[in-house]
Design a protein around this ligand. Structure first.
Ligand code: FAD
Length: 830
């Protein structure tokens, strides 16, 4: 039986202990540096507002589970959740619009929500100022989590089940034998363990340092204040109930000014995000005192009144009843922020048995804990956790400079209306391809992902828009979808389909997997036969044991023991690295090296019907369909530059990905550029690329499909080799799954009016009922209609009508058979 040590008895650690106990785990110790009755972390003062709905399906589902679970934790007739409902109000037209978008998320993720008029807002929340509110979003199942009480009740119930709690016991080190954890050290000795989970909240950085892992979270102070008693709320029976139960008013958000409110038995509690970011280094807070109380705990810093002044004035305006009150008590409370706002869950690739669950709000606590308990028990969480993975960050995104800057930005922007393509201004230019200076000369508009600058379109192509044939003319967009967009993309798609274009593919992850154990590793982890001959390209899937998709890869066999992997995320690298390490230990001599070569190489996608003409000008290399067939590769030389030409295309046109070592990159770009002039070559950006990719129906892992989906539902069963003899991860599950018709499927939709845009995550209505959600959307320039990929019930057939809700408006769309462009693959295989 595995011995588990959980570090931290906050809301995350205690929930994890509980989730493990309920799955039959026995040998669990929770180690807490503070006193157990009030450990002194963020949970000890959390006001516990739970607004469930967010743009993220995963986070919304975590929140929904937290609500369900806290409603079920009960003692003395009192639950740990007070379902007072949640109200978000708009005081600006932009926010009012955004609430419609949020209402869409609620429908997509299955949360009951209602857009309400200003009058209804006053009915639901009579204290509001009539003159300020334009409307709201009401979510009846939101409410107040009694986090500190839930923590105590979970300690009580798991102690009874045999969980051992050690209070006043700081973990000072993690014991390891070089490859796995063996225990934790404390001032009173070593506690042996097979699994150690750090649920240390904003102390996570310090815990990570004990095992050499940079945990990308930033502790920040955030202001919370309580008013004196509101006369209108005085003398009610509920005022004396425990904190959290002493409220009947819905939780309230006034995001236009960074404010939220709850009731504390006749007093108001006010949380404020509008102040300057106040970063904290957890290790500077010193030792947790023996006697923690409400006023004296490490996560509670002194209130800085001057920072709160604007909040107080605004609050008295929004809630005139507060004009008869004063601030009774306030503090600057500490909790964690991350570069992308998500929690941090998972394990580092170099050490077995060490896990983290940090930067987690009370709102998501039970959901995150359940996910981790499921991972520890069965190897998979039923809710996809890819956007929470510790390994999702690139190396450049985990250093203190990056985390400090981006964590503070996330604090500042936490309640802002954010466009899906909105970019941070800084830090930028962290990673640029060798083509960067040429791209700038062409007026590239760059967007950043994973630290990489990627051209979205090129201003140099602006004049082409005028010469577009009438059927290619871009349609007018609504103001929201017109943001971070240019009609130039239409011209770039047109040129790709009718002449030739070059796309910078450098930012796609490239890993090298080599050594005598390489083929065995890929054979074991992927759905395809990897014993193919050198020179082949295979599109394949990584599955979990349940048949859920954990990644999709392009595998290039360069030599017998040398593969190159085209992958989506840094998580793929962590997974391959960990699996290679484990396999080597089990089969000594069969060494495997997994190396990230993304930055040391670069790649141009040269695609379009005239791509061969361009190559013919610079090389005599045989690139005919016979000489270099679809899904094959060739190491060769183009105008003196050593390259690998890979015959594949994301955009569905003839051409290659041409890869070279970084130092030759600029010369490769210039050479192709010169050679292409006569053939109408342009540089194309990712906006056109995405449009053409969707026209071909190529899925994006993490957006269109995740671990929640199997290959049959996701429409990628063609990447599973049904005749593969060797066993591979997920094979048995796939065999089971193949016997059932999928209950849901990822489908291609086109918008009937040919112009109404959607951007992704919108709910889809089938026969009048919310039945699914959009994953990716783009305007399909070639097919002249907006395209949306969406998850829908399995029984929906091609040709059926659906509606997509966009900012409260219903857009009619039709389910289509794939691919929308060149389904016979004629363009690719000529
Ligand atoms: P914690 O509660 O901090 O628990 C971590 C524990 O680990 C601590 O008890 C600590 O003592 C222990 N520990 C650390 N290092 C060690 C070590 N070396 N050895 C042993 N033990 C160790 N969230 C919401 O969802 N809704 C809200 O309305 C809300 N409001 C907030 C308002 C304020 C003012 C603040 C500051 C936060 C708020 N949050 C809210 C966030 C929420 O409080 C936290 O995200 C959540 O409580 C974190 O829980 P946790 O268990 O991860 O961390």
């Amino acid at each position: 039986l595995s011995r588990v040590v959980i570090i931290g008895a906050g809301i995350v650690g205690t929930n994890l202990a509980d989730e493990l106990v309920s799955r039959g785990w026995k040998n669990i110790t929770v180690v807490e540096q503070g006193p157990l009755h009030m450990p002194g972390g963020s949970t000890s003062h959390a006001p516990g507002l739970v607004f469930q709905t967010s743009p993220s399906k995963t986070m919304t589902h975590f929140a929904r589970y937290t609500v369900e679970k806290f409603l079920s934790i009960e003692k003395d007739g009192h639950k740990c959740f007070n379902q007072v409902g949640g109200l978000e109000v708009a005081t600006t037209p932009a926010r009012l619009e955004d609430l419609k978008r949020k209402h869409g998320y609620a429908s997509s993720w299955g949360i009951e929500a209602r857009l309400v008029s200003a009058e209804e807002c006053f009915k639901i929340y009579p204290h509001l100022n009539n003159d300020m509110v334009l409307g709201g979003l009401h979510i009846p199942t939101d409410g107040l989590a009694l986090a500190a009480r839930a923590t105590q009740l979970l300690i009580e119930r798991t102690s009874k089940a045999g969980v051992h709690y050690l209070g006043h016991t700081p973990v000072t080190g993690i014991e390891q034998d070089g490859r796995r954890v063996t225990g934790v050290s404390t001032p009173s000795g070593i506690i042996p363990a097979d699994i150690v989970v750090s649920c240390a909240g904003f102390w996570g950085v310090e815990l990570g340092a004990m095992v050499g892992v940079d945990i990308p979270l930033l502790p920040l102070a955030h202001q919370y204040a309580k008013t004196t008693a509101v006369p209108a709320l005085a003398g009610r029976g509920i005022n004396t109930l425990p904190n959290g139960l002493n409220a009947t008013l819905p939780i309230l958000r006034h995001q236009d000014k960074g404010l939220y409110y709850r009731e504390h038995g006749g007093q108001y509690g006010i949380g404020y995000y509008g102040h300057r970011p106040m970063p904290v280094v957890a290790s500077s807070l010193g030792v947790t005192p023996k006697d923690v109380d409400e006023q004296n705990m490490p996560s509670r810093l002194d209130f800085t009144t001057e920072d709160f002044d604007p909040a107080w004035k605004e609050s008295q305006k929004l809630l005139p009843a507060l004009q008869d009150t004063e601030i009774a008590d306030g503090f600057n409370g500490i909790f964690s922020f991350t570069p992308d706002g998500g929690p941090i869950l998972g394990q580092p690739s170099h050490l077995d048995g060490f896990y983290v669950a940090e930067a987690v709000w009370v709102t998501h606590s039970a959901g995150v804990a359940r996910a981790l308990a499921q991972i520890l028990t069965t190897g998979r969480s039923e809710i996809d956790v890819s956007e929470c993975e510790l390994s999702r960050f690139e190396e450049v995104q985990v250093n203190r400079e990056y985390v400090t800057e981006t964590g503070q930005q996330n604090f500042v922007e936490i309640y802002d209306v954010i466009h899906p393509l909105q970019q941070r201004m800084s830090p930028r230019n962290l990673r640029v391809s060798p083509f960067y200076s040429r791209q700038r000369e062409l007026g590239a508009f760059f967007l950043e992902t994973g630290g990489w600058e990627r051209p979205w379109w090129y201003e140099a192509n602006k004049d082409l828009v005028k010469s577009l044939p009438p059927s290619w003319k871009p349609v007018e967009r609504d103001a929201w979808s017109a943001q971070v967009h240019s009609p130039i993309s239409a011209a770039e798609a047109w040129k790709t389909r009718n002449a030739v274009a070059m796309f910078d593919m450098t930012a796609f992850h490239r890993f090298e997997v080599c050594g005598p154990g390489a083929v065995g590793l890929l054979q074991r982890l992927t759905t395809s036969d990897m014993t193919t001959k050198p020179g082949t390209v295979t599109y394949t899937l990584l599955l979990n044991e349940h048949g859920g998709i954990r990644g999709d890869l392009f595998v290039l066999r360069l030599d017998d023991d040398m593969f190159q992997i085209g992958a989506n995320t840094a998580t793929d690298l962590a997974y391959l690295t960990r699996e290679a390490r484990v396999q080597q230990l089990n089969t000594p001599g069969q060494w495997i090296q997994v190396r990230d070569i993304t930055g040391s190489t670069c790649c141009i996608g040269l695609w379009g019907p005239r791509a061969r003409d361009v190559i013919a000008r610079i090389s005599t290399v045989e690139v005919s369909n016979k000489g270099l067939p679809y899904f094959s590769l060739k190491k060769t030389v183009l105008a003196g530059i050593p390259v690998t030409m890979i015959r594949k295309s994301y955009v569905g046109e003839l051409g290659w990905e041409i890869q070279t070592s970084a130092e030759y990159g600029q010369r490769l770009w210039d050479t192709i550029w010169q050679a292409g002039k006569l053939h109408g070559l342009i540089a194309g950006g990712r906006s056109a690329f995405n449009s053409m990719r969707l026209e071909k129906g190529y899925r994006t892992y993490g957006v269109d499909m995740t671990t929640e989906h199997d290959p049959f539902e996701a429409g990628v069963a063609y990447a599973v080799d049904a005749n593969k003899k060797d066993d591979f991860v997920g094979k048995a599950a796939l065999q089971r799954l193949s016997n059932h018709a999928p209950s849901r499927r990822l489908r291609a939709l086109t918008v009937d009016d040919g112009r109404s845009m959607i951007l992704g995550k919108e709910p889809v209505f089938y026969k009048g009922k919310a039945a699914g959600y959009v994953t990716t959307a783009a305007f399909g320039y070639t097919i002249r209609k907006p395209i949306a990929y969406a998850w829908l019930p399995g029984g929906v057939s091609g040709g059926e009508a659906v509606e997509i809700e966009y900012f409260g408006k219903r857009i009619r769309a039709t389910v289509k058979t794939e691919s929308l462009y060149d389904p016979e693959m004629n363009r690719l295989s000529q």
